[in-house]
Design a protein around this ligand. Structure first.
Ligand SMILES: Nc1ncnc2c1ncn2[C@@H]1O[C@H](COP(=O)(O)OP(=O)(O)OP(=O)(O)O)[C@@H](O)[C@H]1O
Ligand SMILES: [Mg+2]
Length: 270
């Protein structure tokens, strides 16, 4: 049971932003978190990754408390793609991606070059190593950040056991093909024995790729179930305040979901 949350809560000032919340994330599984803006998804991600530890309860990776873990050990256990990354200096793509290798000891210079090249290939940016990061498009920058994270995490299972890959809105700036690529990377990581967690706003991508879906609403878990059960339960309509139709397209492996446009202030007409 590599990642266990026990009564995790985040209280900032007088505001309870998250929890209390208890759950386990299992190796071999891609868990997708959905929920409205401000629901606490990134707060949950930061608590799990140890970036901003919970103010109550505990997060344990294979029994070890994240809040007490040295940064170098944590960096070897998990990698996080944050929702937003800012790069102030004109680094090259190669330099940014190789930042992911800072904490990985024991790699030869050739091994480091291979790791960066493999990560760039995984995000479809093979020839971008010498380009300046600030001159890339938003989606290209996002894929560079993902390559950095992939470099950091390395194999899904290390000597210490399964690793954790966390992606906070990894598809927000991506075209549809690269959205599918990124979710495939997360799914492959899980299938190789790692623990994968992604925050998504696209409910169809969530339904299409998740093994398990968590619905966060005002810091609380409104649902934790297989995507087809979450979609058919009506909980998304409740949580987002938008009526939704669940479809089962022929030949499509998962349910799909359509928001009800007739409820819009200026509804498109057919
Ligand atoms: N450092 C902070 N101080 C005070 N409030 C904060 C802080 N960080 C986050 N919050 C608040 O906590 C709530 C949850 O924020 P969080 O970033 O986790 O939301 P989210 O679900 O990731 O939303 P989004 O979909 O917009 O990314 C929000 O209401 C936010 O304003
Ligand atoms: Mg967020």
């Amino acid at each position: 049971m590599p990642v266990t949350l026990d009564r995790v809560e985040v209280v900032l000032g007088a505001r309870r932003i998250l929890g209390p919340l208890s759950l386990s994330l299992l190796p071999g599984s891609l868990t997708v978190v959905v929920g409205p803006n401000g629901a606490g998804k990134s707060t949950l991600v930061r608590a799990i990754s140890g970036e901003r530890p919970a103010t109550g309860g505990s997060v344990r990776h294979d029994g070890a408390d994240v809040a007490a873990m040295p940064a170098a050990r944590l960096a070897g256990l998990r990698a996080v793609l944050p929702q937003a990354s800012t790069v102030a200096f004109p680094f090259t793509v190669y330099e940014i991606v190789s930042l992911g290798l800072r904490m990985r000891a024991g790699l030869s210079p050739a091994g480091r070059r291979r790791a960066v090249a493999a990560a760039l290939a995984a995000v479809d940016l093979e020839d971008f190593g010498a380009r300046l990061y600030p001159e890339l498009s938003g989606g290209e920058q996002q894929r560079v950040q993902l390559a950095r994270v992939l470099c950091q995490v390395g194999d899904a299972v290390g000597e210490a056991g399964p690793k954790l890959l966390i992606l906070d809105e990894p598809t927000a700036s991506l075209d549809v093909r690269h959205q599918l690529d990124v979710l495939s990377i997360a799914k492959d990581f899980a299938e190789a024995g790692g623990v994968a967690l992604a925050v998504l706003h696209d409910l169809n991508l969530a339904a299409g790729f998740a093994d398990r879906m968590l619905v966060l609403d005002r810091g609380r878990l409104a649902a934790d179930d297989a995507p087809d059960r979450v979609l058919s339960s009506g909980v998304l309509t409740q949580v987002f305040g938008v009526a939704m139709t669940v479809l089962s397209p022929q030949g499509w492996p998962r349910p799909a979901i359509l928001p009800d446009l007739s409820a819009c202030r200026s509804a498109p007409r057919g």
